[in-house]
Design a protein around this ligand. Sequence first.
Ligand SMILES: C[S@@+](CC[C@H](N)C(=O)[O-])C[C@H]1O[C@@H](n2cnc3c(N)ncnc32)[C@H](O)[C@@H]1O
Length: 216
Amino acid sequence: MGLGYAVRSRLGKYEPAVSEAYRARFIDLGVLATTVASLAPGASRVAEIGCGDGSMAAAILAEMPSVEYVGIDVADNPGRLFAGDRSRVRFVSQPSSELVVTEAGTFDVVLVVDVVHHVADSERVSLLADAAALLRPGGLLIFKDWERGRGAAHLLAYGSDRYVSGDRTVRFMPLEELHELAAKAAPGFELAVECRVPPRRNNVLLALRKPATPTA
Ligand SMILES: C[S@@+](CC[C@H](N)C(=O)[O-])C[C@H]1O[C@@H](n2cnc3c(N)ncnc32)[C@H](O)[C@@H]1O
């Protein structure tokens, strides 16, 4: 649910405002960040897998100004539109498996927001398993995705991702599959919260807590 490269490259200086307005039709990132802040009040390190242009980073830093944030993405130039304080953020173009090698078990919160429906089916479990591995014991995995539905909002989201973003691999999942995927990728994690993020009911957020002590 973002603008594709062909559209973005024509927008010039208007890109941040247009991107934000476009995204806001699907999700209120401010509400999502407030939810994360309330679920993890003492967090000091936050990672985001699939951070995109840095919109979620900006929302998180606005709500959690003292955290250290690390955003990674497989695309070039992650965090391109982030205009906030760069002293507390780091954006790196790398796969999640590489971040696991250097920083496993060090984050209080790991965000995976509207990423998994872009990932090939065969790689979905391993991406979320990387998110789980990055967390410290007791840390929180925030898995937010778009629930497959039948209504007009779903058709709009599908059209946006498939034709505006130009992503041919996009496949949205029903709610049961989101839960099954999370259970496979993060066994032993407790479902702390399941909620919807406005303005669309399709925005499902699963907050999963890593066991405080390693499971056998
Ligand atoms: C719709 S954007 C979401 C960006 C950001 N999370 C947000 O909510 O603003 C999806 C992002 O996922 C990234 N992505 C897709 N597959 C990925 C993977 N296997 N690992 C990391 N990032 C990935 C894409 O490059 C894109 O930037």
